[in-house]
Design a protein around this ligand. Sequence first.
Ligand code: F3S
Length: 423
Amino acid sequence: MKLTQEEQDILNGKEGDTKAKILQTLVEFGDLFGADKLVPVTTSGHLVTSFGIGLLKPVYRTMDEIIAAGLKTPYPFTVDPRPIDYQNVKCGVLDKLIFSKIMYSKQKHYEEQLSKIGLKNKNAFTCTCYLDEVGNTPKYGDILSWAESSAVVYANSVLGARCNRNSGMLDIFGALIGKVPNFGLLTDEGRKANWIIEVKTSKLPEAQILGSAIGMKVMEDVPYVKGLDKFLGTELTDEVISYLKDFGAATASNGAVGLYHIENLTPEAKKFKEKIIHTDAKVYVIDDEELERVYKNYPVMWKNASAKPSLCFIGCPHLTFYQLNQWTEKIEENLKLSGKRKVCIRTVMTSAPDVVEKFKETENYLKLKKFGVNISSICPLMYTNNPIAGSKPIITNSNKLRTYSKARYYKDDDIVKIICGVK
Ligand code: F3S
């Protein structure tokens, strides 16, 4: 990798040992992937490591060193959701003990460390930092130092920003130094599609299953999706961005997609049209049968596959304002059908703190509370990812949560019936 004189001076320790070590890490990371140079980060960071897991001692040591060196990010950053929210997601005594004393014993300490190096504010904890309400919304062409896979794929695909699928800590390092290695999805060549996906379904596919099918097929490649604009249109409306958020998260978690293009809809597909597809791109056709095949193959990881669900999580990634309203309507309709006044399975909907604050001003918020639904801003995966919560029969409409936990996946129209007790 070619470095500028200024970068070489930092590496040589001119601005202190800590900065030199951080830059050294970024350079070695870039060298591994064949980067030619470092390029400036042009906007706010977003960190994937939001949880104070007691065992992550090297992280806290590194943070202490960064703080002692007086380093701060040039732009305030956001971070993934917190793992716990005792007020809205109640836990048993044993769960609480495990969460606070063992798993997330360093939460408070870690959040204090984040504040010292540039955390935006107390509402900065969400994986949907790019939503207008939250305000960490990159522009077309911005260079990012993010790692959260669902946010990276959204920023690259829907906003046209440029970011690689980095790992935790590398996101902090890039945000602190203000530089990232230039390779992969930061380059024009790396953003070209090597798959054409032909969607030939009879109706708009479930976002989470379509994303899952594509992710599992293309893995870390870039897909160019044809035939979806027939259902979604050609504008990024609130409904469409909600769909693409969930679709992208499934491509990124069921596979390792960091960027997709949707014909006539996402910015680079609109701008470059088929010129953004490699001439030797492979083709994957998705019809109703293929989606059903993918869905039917999801394993049920519960000990007892016919157990009654004890908890339902909706909102991984965090729900948009549009989705909170949609779910309120869906639940209202289905409670009418079942003749019940409240949901019959404990249900938690998760959304960004700023979105929840906006939603609290609406009548639908009161309705959802009346229906017995809790709203929180935690990460359902962090909540679920321990032996006690993990052994419970949890259901979700999130393909990411299904992939990384033992939660069982249901389609939106099925899960709403289950929680509302519609036979
Ligand atoms: Fe967001 Fe946690 Fe899901 S970070 S995408 S709610 S796993």
